[in-house]
Design a binder for this molecule. Structure first.
Ligand code: NAD
Length: 301
């Protein structure tokens, strides 16, 4: 008798889980409103990058849906770094603003690190300020980056146990890979993993990825991860968002992840699609972070 091919993977529904999280965020916002606190997120956009503009638009829409007040500040591409720092300072000082997000990437004449460090860590809803990065790494409750924070939610809300599992992260960026490692290694049911981080300097990458129970790809290379790199039954989380030319689409491109979905889905136990996996979670977690920042600033539990 020939061996049957493994069943195809469970598709993790990021849209559905993100909708659940937005409902929870709205409940948290309602609780704050009852106490006379209107959570407010300020989003700062520099220049006219279409992708950044689209991200900012989806963040503002999520605010409307969850009852968070949003303030959008737009600076010309030619604005100086000092002008941006001055805007951030005003938001830092404004007691009615609880979250500040400077949309990245910034134009080349601005120093992203300096701008991030200027944001009040208490309002740093992106979780990129060195104070929050440090707190996360030593396990102190803080504001944590939205994209990696959504990933344990996707996994555990799909009924997959994380504690004790071997998680392999591909990518070491400050936005995804490194905070992902720091989240996965913490104690608690939504983490407690043994963590390996691979990156562009890793030799024999597949030797590590094939050992992963949970495999997280944050590489930025379209369809990089193939079935031969994945252990049978692994949970595969695809963070990648890449545009590849596709003249059959009206926009002239389609979005693909860092995982070759059609190849890997026959080996993985569970997998996130692109779009509709990690992407929608990022904005949902931003709403949670804004409510959390408002609670922390007002010293509510
Ligand atoms: P980045 O370019 O800053 O980092 C990519 C990482 O991949 C690097 O650390 C590098 O070491 C590693 N890498 C590159 N080539 C490799 C190779 N051949 N082998 C092993 N490792 C390799 O990117 P990023 O900001 O971390 O984003 C990663 C991807 O996630 C991108 O596609 C980005 O668009 C996407 N992203 C999605 C969301 C979301 O909301 N879903 C948020 C942020 C980033």
């Amino acid at each position: 008798m020939s061996m049957d091919k493994a069943d195809t993977a469970t598709i993790i529904d990021g849209n559905k889980i993100a909708a659940e999280i937005r409902v929870e965020a709205k409940q948290e916002v309602d609780e704050l409103l009852k106490q006379g606190i209107e959570p407010c997120l300020a989003v700062v956009l520099v220049g006219n990058n279409p992708a950044s503009r689209a991200y900012v638009g989806s963040k503002v829409r999520a605010c409307e849906e969850t009852g968070v007040r949003s303030v959008k500040i737009e600076l010309e591409l030619e604005a100086t770094e000092q002008e941006l720092l001055d805007e951030v300072e005003q938001l830092n000082q404004d007691p009615d603003v609880h979250g500040i997000l400077v949309q990245l990437p910034l134009p080349h004449h601005m120093d992203e690190e300096r701008v991030i460090e200027h944001i009040d860590p208490a309002k740093d809803v992106d979780g990129f300020h060195p104070e929050n990065v440090g707190k996360l790494s030593i396990g102190i409750d803080c504001l944590t980056p939205c994209t990696p924070s959504g990933i344990p939610e996707l996994i555990t809300r799909s009924g997959i146990h994380m504690s004790g599992k071997h998680a392999v992260v591909i990518g070491r960026s400050n936005i995804v890979g490194k905070p992902m490692m720091n989240i996965l290694v913490q104690k608690g049911d939504r983490a407690n993993c043994t963590v390996t981080c691979c990156h562009s300097g890793t030799d024999h990458l597949a030797n590590y990825t094939r050992q992963a129970d949970i495999l997280i790809a944050a590489i930025g290379v379209p369809e990089f991860l193939t079935a031969d790199m994945v252990k049978e039954g692994a949970t595969v989380i695809d963070v990648g968002i890449n545009r590849v030319e596709d003249l059959e689409h009206s926009r002239g491109y389609r979005l693909v992840g860092d995982v070759d979905f059609d190849d890997v889905k026959d080996v993985a136990g569970a997998i996130t699609p692109v779009p509709g996996g990690v992407g929608p979670m990022t904005v949902a977690m931003l709403m949670k972070n804004t409510a959390k920042a408002a609670r922390m600033i007002h010293k509510l539990s």
